[in-house]
Design a protein around this ligand. Structure first.
Ligand code: HPA
Length: 270
């Protein structure tokens, strides 16, 4: 695994002049931020050695090096989901590669179903913590101490400092944000009513099918993490309606410029 990571990192480093300090993983259909990146070098996943190839609809699947404002970033447009059939080592491989090229901050976005009774469709939730309900742990198996410690601390999986900065940025831009705990589960089914209720009872505010594996690996690697979830539907008793992938993308499209704004200003403060 170490060899594969290094090989991919070397390939990517050969394509760029400056190494960014910040990586951004963009969730389902959440590619709007990419329109704000200038001086782009785009690298399709299928041309990157050892990279899995994204299959789900709405994911274009490329790495984009460039500048967000004045800051060098690496954006991943389209991520690898466990439900697509990848194992957790594949899902989190890009994070390992980011670390190997020198990235120290990881920003992630996703779409989720809100289970907090006060949440509204279209809310931006700053992820304060997560609950890992994936059946496979990305760190299971041999631990390579070059990559991180055997038993990583997860007491501040999402940087409090970055959350505080994001709250200030949102306030000065008049963007409504909420905060909450993201429950990560496999999908690809959306939840039954009973499952939404269960996720609320166990301490969740929103539920989705991604992010947790990447953030676990980023913490293992000693990276600073920040996440925003777009609440695209509600799993709240009395407000539950049929959910479709298309609706999730539609709501995502509507609010993602606000998320982009927060990410852009946050990157400038890192
Ligand atoms: N459940 C799980 N994942 C999701 C949802 C949901 O309701 N909405 C968007 N992604």
């Amino acid at each position: 695994m170490l060899k594969l990571i290094q090989e991919t990192a070397d390939f990517l480093k050969s394509k760029i002049v400056t190494v960014p300090k910040t990586g951004i993983i963009l969730g389902t259909g959440l590619g709007n931020l990419v329109t704000q990146i200038t001086d782009k070098t785009e690298i399709p996943y299928e041309t990157i050695p050892n990279f899995p190839v994204s299959t789900v609809e709405g994911h274009s699947g490329k790495l984009i090096f460039g500048k967000l404002g004045d800051v060098d970033v690496l954006a991943m447009q389209g991520r690898f989901h466990y439900y697509e059939g990848y194992d957790m080592k594949q899902v989190t491989f890009p994070v390992r590669v980011m670390k190997a090229i020198g990235i120290v901050n990881l920003l992630v976005s996703n779409a989720s179903g809100g289970v907090h009774p006060d949440f509204e469709i279209g809310d931006l939730m700053l992820i304060t913590d997560h609950i890992n309900l994936f059946p496979e742990h990305p760190l299971r198996g041999k631990n390579y101490k070059e990559l991180g410690t055997r038993f990583p601390d997860m007491s501040e999986a999402y940087s409090k400092e970055l959350i505080d900065k994001a709250k200030k940025i949102a306030a000065r831009n008049n963007i409504k944000v909420v905060e909450g705990v993201y429950v990560g589960t496999t999908g690809p089914t959306f939840e039954t009513k009973a499952e939404y209720r269960y996720f609320r009872i166990i301490g969740g505010d929103a539920v989705g099918m991604s992010t947790v594996p990447e953030v676990i690996v980023a913490n293992h690697a000693g990276m600073r993490c920040f996440g925003i979830s777009i609440v695209t539907d509600l799993g709240v008793p009395g407000k539950i309606m049929e959910v479709t992938h298309e609706e999730v993308q539609q709501i995502g499209n509507k609010v993602q410029p606000l998320m982009t704004q927060i990410m852009k200003e946050l990157v400038a403060e890192l």
